[in-house]
Design a protein around this ligand. Sequence first.
Ligand SMILES: C[S@@+](CC[C@H](N)C(=O)[O-])C[C@H]1O[C@@H](n2cnc3c(N)ncnc32)[C@H](O)[C@@H]1O
Length: 261
Amino acid sequence: MVARNRFVRFRARILEKILRRLGIRSVTNAIDRYWIDLADAERRRAATGIEDIFYANTGRVVHKWIDYLPVYERFFAPLRGSNVHMLEIGVFKGGSLEMWRKYFGPEATIFGIDIDPACADLADPPNQVRIGSQDDPAFLSGVVSEMGRLDVVLDDGSHFADHQLASFRALWPLLEDGGLYIIEDMHTAYWPSHGGGLRTKGTAAWMAKTLLDDMNAWFHDGPEQLAPKDEIGAVCAFESMIVIEKRKKEPPGHIQIGAGV
Ligand SMILES: C[S@@+](CC[C@H](N)C(=O)[O-])C[C@H]1O[C@@H](n2cnc3c(N)ncnc32)[C@H](O)[C@@H]1O
């Protein structure tokens, strides 16, 4: 392929020379500038959507429910190429941290945490792994201090209700304005084996409803239970996944505009 590209470039240069001798200005120089080789093309292909990256993975294993992929794309696309600071809870075989690196690019800060010490060896710098439990607030705040900032939390850890709640309570106050807090596999909220059950208090499903109530606390008398009303931008529920957006807000306001009666 490289040889073929070289030949095409050579042919373009000859054609350019002939046209110049004939006094004809051509556009081949402008086009020439945009020749790329296969490696560059591959690099750019890798910088497409999350689904391309996920399905093309031949590196460390990554384990995701496939319906999460378009949700990632929806929320993460504006963060690509930025210096987003992401923390993934649950490293497993290390493939998801690699996937985030490919997706977000070299400017991103990507940390994973896991309770399994074997995961410490499953990240290539600049990705980082720290070992500890997601229900340990001191450990979590130490990791965030090391990161320097927190823009995205992806909880794909134990999937136990009390762990998900403990992580949220510890990390939400540390999340930047505009940040995203994501809980995956929240179908475990319905499983007694994980501290869940339909409409059981303290699960991720309960967290989603409670955050919805907290966000709307302008309109009821109950106290906020998980987060202040003026910093919840959105509570988005998907199958098995919730995405909570942190956004500093003014009190609600409404107005009527128009010339009609
Ligand atoms: C579902 S796997 C993570 C999958 C990985 N994020 C991926 O996408 O390929 C769950 C991981 O959470 C870890 N884990 C279990 N309990 C934990 C805890 N209390 N704190 C942190 N990690 C935990 C497990 O060791 C396991 O590696």
